[in-house]
Design a protein around this ligand. Sequence first.
Ligand SMILES: Nc1ncnc2c1ncn2[C@@H]1O[C@H](COP(=O)(O)OP(=O)(O)OP(=O)(O)O)[C@@H](O)[C@H]1O
Length: 202
Amino acid sequence: MIVADGLGVAAGGGWLFRGLDFAVGQGGCLVLRGTNGSGKSTLLHCLYGIRPPDDGQVAIGGAPPDERSVAFRRRVSVLLDDSALFAELTARQHLDLLVRSFPGRMADPVELLAWAGLDHRADVPAGQLSAGQRRRLLLLAAVARPHEVLLLDEPEQALDAAGRRWVTELIRGSLTEGASVVVASHHQPLADGVASAVLELS
Ligand SMILES: Nc1ncnc2c1ncn2[C@@H]1O[C@H](COP(=O)(O)OP(=O)(O)OP(=O)(O)O)[C@@H](O)[C@H]1O
């Protein structure tokens, strides 16, 4: 589903990474690891088509990624470093929007909100949620909608211990459904819980 062939990105007069080859099939999870600034977010941007590679190529389902394509965005679900919510819309309204975009293909929003531990905050505008609650809502929205590919950038950010365990459960659910997942993470238990392969950037 996801294939990188000699992938490279140049930055700051050198190569951030170069010659990356990997493939992630259905139900597979590649975990990206590496120090701050090693290029994990940049690699995820390449996989979503936000940033063209400077060397090599990447294909999602046999074609180059294109985040401007509605068809591509319907197949690929993401939580990237700049993902945001509508501050004035509640958690419930965010899910209602998704349900309207994918009619008959999503679980009941009430059940989803309870699963995310957000049922008591369902009618609070997203702008008034805590950082961890906003993170839970972003993750829930990314995973609850139908997807063939899931790209997550440090999903553990801002989450408490229970939330970090929940992320592992959430990614495993996506894998069981057959998605191909790439997740950048600094959280070793999460990596241990979901990885079928690990790519260390340096
Ligand atoms: N267009 C660009 N021009 C110059 N430098 C860039 C560009 N894009 C990324 N970089 C640099 O590439 C490096 C990698 O950044 P990136 O955010 O991908 O790292 P990361 O591994 O995700 O880091 P972190 O763990 O801190 O989230 C950074 O030093 C960044 O400043």
